[in-house]
Design a protein. Sequence first.
Length: 317
Amino acid sequence: MNLSIVIPLLNEQESLPELHNWIVKVMTSHNFSYEILFIDDGSTDASWNTIEQLSEQNPNVKGIRFLKNYGKSQALHAGFAKAQGDVIITMDADLQDSPDEIPELYHLICKEGFDLISGWKKKRYDSVLFKNVPSKLFNWAARKTSGVKLNDFNCGLKAYKNEVIKNIEVSGEMHRYIPVLAKNAGYSKIGEKVVIHQARKYGSSKFGMSRFINGFLDLITIWFLSKFGKRPMHLFGALGVVMFFIGFLAAGSIGVLKLWKLYHHESTILVTSNPWFYIALTTMIIGTQLFLAGFLGEIILRTKNNEERYKISKIIA
């Protein structure tokens, strides 16, 4: 099979028939063998009924329905697990991503040898203040932190080799950072293509300030995981050594000062009256706790089991 098109969605009933027909037109004109995987992330409208109707019309349409809204990352995870195509295309269901981009994305993966191609919505039709400006700030921070030189990490239109999506783990809200996850997994040929961005035709945007804030928190998480995910003791142990060493020096200085005063027969006060005593005690305790955090991290890393992150209510195979 040439292509698997994975489409996560939430309350996009009005867009689905038009999107389906558009994709089919592109697939037919280029003689692609394909499957369309709609992942219904707990929609409360009639999106699932529409997916069932489309699957009756077109046997290439498949679907997964979650019991409730688990998030885009979980929807992509489920779609990636089921996808069978040589090349996997992800796109949003709101008609802002153009299926006409698919043939060139496929060419870049199959003919040019890229592992991953990310879309770049260079000209956008979103709110400048509430989406464009935060997006630019977010993309700048992601480039600086990850070292992946992309202009638009959050574009839903992306293309992957099959082996890439089978060898990365998309969890939490990490869908924004799939190129970073791919790089960390060893896939270095990552490219970018300017794609057409269209104004939303139906419904309303799911973007909110919480997604913007969560994006930066996830960026910190993925930075930590890429640096220390396999060796947490290297971070917590190093910090523990530094804190313990500071405490040890502070305690030593108090002891030396006490002995010096005793030797010179000077009056001394209780050690506990010296504020450096509490600084030494606190830093040594923190150092010990950081060491324990590192040990616990190593133990968890070696004993963790894969947990179920979402529940599926229905599948169209």
